[in-house]
Structure formats: C-alpha cells, structure tokens
Design a protein around this ligand. Structure first.
Ligand SMILES: NC(=O)c1ccc[n+]([C@@H]2O[C@H](COP(=O)([O-])OP(=O)(O)OC[C@H]3O[C@@H](n4cnc5c(N)ncnc54)[C@H](OP(=O)(O)O)[C@@H]3O)[C@@H](O)[C@H]2O)c1
Length: 340
C-alpha cells in the first residue's frame, strides 16, 4: 500500500484535564486511525458540529486528541479494497469521522472502505464539500418529505435558518424542483440572495420563533425543513397543513421546545427526524447521486468562503456564534506554510 508522506499538516484539537489547545501541527502516518482507504484530502467543510468539536465546552469530540472535520473529499492514494482503487475521487462523512476518529482537517485521512462514497459524475470535490454534511442533510429532509407525499403542488414549504449551510441548500434544492420555498432568517440583509436562490418569500426569524398561546394557527405550510430546532419547532407545528410534516434537521437555536399534542391529533402532522451520521452507506451513496442530478441545489458552490487549515479558526467560532452565510470551505491542499 502506498503511503502518505512521513509527516503532514493537520488542524488538531487537544484536551487535557487542565488545558485546551487547538491549531495546526504535523502528524505522522501512525497517527491516522485504521481503515482500508487512504485519502489525500482536497476539501473539507466547516460544520456546526466541527465548531463544537473545536471548543473546550463543545461536548462533541469523543477523543482527547482529535482532527475535527466531519466531512471530506479528495483522491484515494492507497487502498486495500479493490472496489475503491487508487485515483478514485471520493467523499466521506458521518459515522465517527471528525468526532471519534480523525476527520477532514488534515492533508490525509484514513477511512474504512464501507464509509466511502465515490464522487458522483457531475460533481467536483469542491462541489461536494460546498454541499457537505449540511447540504446532504437538507437533501435527506427533502427526500423524506417527498417519500411521504410532498410535491410542488402541495403548497409552500418553509425553510428555517435559511442563511446557513443546511437552510440555503434546502432552499436551493426545493427551488430547483419547482417548490414554492419560503426562507426564515435572522439576517435580513440576506434576503436578496435568498430570493435569487429561489425563495418565494422571506420571513423574519422573530415571526417563526414567536411564542403563542394558540395551539393551532392558520395552516400555512405543506412541509418544513428546520435547521434551528427548539425556538422554531412550536411555530412550525402549529402552522403545518393537515397531514404535513417537518424534517427536524438541526438545533442551531437550541434543542428544547414546548408544544401541545393538538397539531398531531387534530391535523395529523408529523415530526420526522434526520440523522445523517448513521445513514447506511447504500442510501448515502444513492442520495449523493441525486445531489449530482435531480437534487442538485440551485447556486451550488456559490455561497462559500474559502479558508485553509491555517485560517479556519474564525470560521469554527463563527459557525457556533450563528454568523454562517452559506458554507465555509477548507481548501486543505492550500495554505500558508503547507506544502505537499
Ligand atoms: N441531523 C443531522 O444529521 C445534521 C447534519 C448537519 C447539520 N445538522 C445541524 O443542523 C443545524 C444547521 O447546520 P448548518 O451547518 O446549516 O449550520 P449554520 O450554517 O450555522 O446555520 C444555522 C443557521 O441557523 C440560524 N440560527 C443560528 N443561531 C440561531 C438562533 N440562536 N436562533 C435562531 N436561529 C439561529 C442561522 O440562520 P439565519 O441567519 O438564517 O437565521 C444560522 O445561519 C445545526 O444545528 C447542525 O448541528 C444536523
């Protein structure tokens, strides 16, 4: 098996009982976890979970020394699995990646073969990470709502946290498929861009997080993709149309919410949970194929800010602080002082 260079650069987070450190350092091949496929990482993305993994109080990392980066795309440079030969361009995300084993914020990653997604024709590795875990989960949400019967003719669909990575991709997929997609955002200056991506209307975050004493309100939404969680879920539940569902994707605004059973028993609405981490590999590969074809998000690759291993810290903090506008992409192969 060919190997990575003896040392390579990685962004590492380290916790000891009394110290927390993070930054770029050299790793050796022996630092990489076991796995059949060695990937030279081209791009990774900054996800909310990565931001948490890189904080002292984040409670996401399951190792004391961790290379975060829950998603990555690159080229196979060594493989013990004949179905994934050297030279294949691949995506890997979810499972333990960037949480319980080293992830994408390194020039090389070793990944079990059964977690590998061959890059679909029609996507570059940069496109794949512009979509990343956030866009993939948005696609899971749309696919799940459609499996339950949602169609463009069903009525308007609400997307919350629309200026973030997950929300923007949900909007881009829905708009490309002909839905009347509405965006809810706290960043009113993003409205022109959200409309460009296909938002039929834009709601202020205050409207979708407002408390109400009414358990049901006018049935307005044929479906919803929710990236925000606790603050938005009560509003969504009391405004879904009869039989409609919300894809519960995220908790950027917090996890807890309070509601009544009335939307469930008087309107038959449903909350459908999305967990991209454990999705089995066959379904994962199939959904990536759709992201290259009929689920290709409008505006793919446009709303990104590129950083490098050396400059990604502000992005990690920014995403946790709710400052995301689209996706931050980590150009792993580039960067100050990083040579190959
Ligand atoms: N279930 C899964 O498998 C899965 C996969 C990926 C991500 N996620 C989760 O999905 C969520 C979104 O991920 P992301 O990558 O899109 O993150 P992101 O880029 O940071 O977007 C989150 C968006 O939520 C809104 N928001 C942030 N803080 C808020 C607050 N306090 N109250 C109300 N809205 C707030 C903001 O949108 P506006 O500025 O437009 O208001 C922000 O842009 C995260 O919770 C993430 O952990 C889950």
């Amino acid at each position: 098996m060919a190997q990575a260079p003896a040392t390579f650069r990685a962004f590492v987070v380290e916790r000891t009982t009394d110290e927390f450190r993070r930054g770029v350092c050299d790793l050796t091949r022996d630092d990489l976890p076991p796995g059949e496929v060695l990937v030279r990482v081209a791009w990774s993305g900054v996800n909310y979970k990565d931001g948490l993994a890189a904080r002292a109080d984040g409670k996401v990392a399951r190792r004391d020394v961790l290379v975060p980066g829950i998603d990555l795309a690159g080229e196979v440079v060594a493989s013990d699995d004949a179905s994934i030969p050297v030279g294949t361009r691949v995506i890997a995300h979810g499972y333990d990646i960037g949480v319980a084993r080293h992830g994408g914020f390194a020039e090389y990653a070793r990944v079990p073969a059964e977690w590998i997604v061959p890059l679909p024709r029609g996507l570059t590795t940069r496109d794949a990470m512009a979509i990343g875990t956030a866009g993939f989960t948005a696609a899971m949400g749309v696919a799940t709502l459609e499996q339950r019967g949602l169609r463009p003719s069903s009525g308007p669909v609400l997307v919350t946290g629309a200026a973030g990575g997950l929300g923007r991709h949900a909007l881009g997929i829905l708009a490309a498929r002909g839905y009347e997609a509405w965006a809810a955002t706290g960043k009113r200056d993003e409205e022109p861009r959200l409309r460009e991506l296909g938002a039929a209307g834009v709601l202020d975050r205050t409207e979708v997080t407002a408390e109400s004493t009414r358990p049901l309100e006018s049935a307005r939404w044929a479906g919803a993709i929710d990236a925000v969680g606790g603050p938005t879920m009560p509003y969504i539940l009391r405004t879904l149309m009869p039989g409609a569902a919300v894809a519960a994707c995220g908790n950027a605004g917090g996890p807890a919410f309070s509601t009544t059973v009335l939307p469930f028993i008087l309107r038959g609405v449903a909350v459908l949970g999305m967990d991209s981490v454990v999705l089995p590999i066959d379904a994962r590969r199939a959904l990536w194929e759709r992201l290259a074809t009929d689920y290709r998000p409008r505006g793919l690759g446009e709303d990104v800010t590129e950083v490098t291993l050396a400059t990604l810290e502000p992005a990690l903090d920014g995403i946790v602080e709710g400052r995301a506008r689209g996706r931050w992409l980590v150009n792993v192969a580039a960067g100050e002082g990083i040579s190959r």
